[in-house]
Design a protein around this ligand. Sequence first.
Ligand code: LMR
Length: 394
Amino acid sequence: MFEQLKEPSADKILMLMQLYREDPREQKIDLGVGVYKNPEGVTPIMRAIKAAEQKWWGEETTKAYTGLAGDPAFSDAMIGLVLGDAVPRENVAAVATPGGTGAVRQAFELVRMATPKARVHVSNPTWPNHLSILKHLGIEAVPYRYFDETTCGVDFAGMMEDLEKVEEGDVVLLHGCCHNPTGANLNLTEFKAVIELMIAKGALPMIDIAYQGFGDGLDVDALATREVASACPETLIAASCSKNFGIYRERTGLLMAISQDSSKQKVAQGNLAYLNRQNYSFPPDHGARLVTLVLNDDKLRADWQSELEDVRLNMLSLREQLASEMQRLTKSDRYGFIAQHRGMFSRLGLSTEIVEALRKDHGIYMVGDSRINIAGLNKETVPVLAKAIVEAGG
Ligand code: LMR
């Protein structure tokens, strides 16, 4: 049977990880996969997570299954973190999922179950795995203009023009903050215009929020998501704990299905739990437990927030350093957008040839579309990258 299988197309981001590992050069720089690294190049376990782990080791008495939706305390804590008090709790159905990817996958499956013909409108570009999962599920993805190659900002007029084509029952996938892969984000006024359009069209918004706390702060990063959830009749939200809690391999995420009509909560909750059962039964618990412990303990939460803020400020400072180094070398402001972008990524607008040359000649690894993980840099490597970009013709 296996001979019938075709080689799957390679995931660009994961392939790059592999190439980087195999590169024997000592001075190589990894700006590929979206994993935070401190200035020493280490992805640390956050202090509060370590403390929660120690606490939980002492307290845990069983490894028996949790519920299909995961521990309700995790849902409550995460709903609080993402939504604040934007939506009454009884309007939210939620299930724990294996990471943000699990939440995205379950959200798409829910859409397909409810409206098999629904199309999903995605920003051009978006996280490649959005497209890959949609294709795998046989759901049509319709790109809308998003990134302006000339300004490296958002082409908002183009986006709105394309979203005019949204039909009733379609899904509009939006990044809650820190757009992946571009780093270019809508402001709140623009978000509100998108909300109005989605409501007028009868479209269902789906928010992928994987970097809350990496942009302008925990609450500011959630503002757009909260606006959408409180204004639209129904909303899907896929939230990840991988990045802001630094628990990538624990696979911790939450899918929320929100309706202004609380009588729909029960059926939504039932269907989310059903989807968990079909795909993997019970969601992983360890990461979710740590997040719950951190969010529900004042001291741990304060320590987590302060460490997350250091992470955010480090990335912001690297953005400023890189933008100013590029300005110094090119004697122009054309890379000024790096300081305006937010989150872990920036798309630099470099050609594939330049991206290749940076890898081959300088051992600098970025995704083929010239997306860099800003956290892959430090004070010493910022000038190295800037010089290499200019040498390669960028
Ligand atoms: C990324 O975009 O690099 C991250 O979200 C990691 C991944 O799974 O692709």
